[in-house]
Write a protein that binds this ligand. Structure first.
Ligand SMILES: [Zn+2]
Length: 137
């Protein structure tokens, strides 16, 4: 399983420092993320989120990138048409047509950058459509 984790210190209701852990991974072919909170002092534990989709950019995704570094998705060799790649970006990321076009341009130049789980997920989807891509870490 391709996945990444980040732990962030958080204050518990009991007044002690606790840990929030966020995991991003691929689950049954979908990009998933979950968040859990656990406190060693009072033993409280709760799952704060579990489901498909991209982790919220401001808190978790940036923390995942900071802790694990970014992965880069690149075209392995030139292909005659990137229409299929554009479809994948539109389906998977829900972006507009101009945004999808921008992502395709990045794919064939410097690469598309994101968390490892996101890039591995896109890689699988793009390869299914016959687009030769790979992920640099
Ligand atoms: Zn506590």
């Amino acid at each position: 399983m391709t996945g990444q984790t980040v732990k962030i210190a958080a204050l518990c209701e009991c007044g002690h420092m606790a840990v929030q852990q966020v995991n991003q991974f691929i689950n049954r072919g979908e990009l998933w993320w979950d968040a859990e909170f656990s406190c060693d002092s009072c033993g409280s534990y709760r799952c704060e989120h579990a489901g498909p989709g991209t982790a919220p950019d401001d808190e978790w995704r940036q923390a995942l990138l900071a802790a694990n570094g970014a992965a880069r998705l690149r075209l392995v060799r030139p292909v005659p048409s990137l229409v299929q790649a554009m479809k994948v970006f539109r389906d998977v990321s829900g972006v507009s047509l101009p945004q999808a076009r921008g992502l395709v341009e990045q794919l064939s130049s410097d690469g598309v950058v994101g968390t490892l789980a996101e890039m591995e997920f896109l890689k699988t989807r793009l390869q299914l459509r016959g687009i030769p891509v790979d992920v640099d870490r």
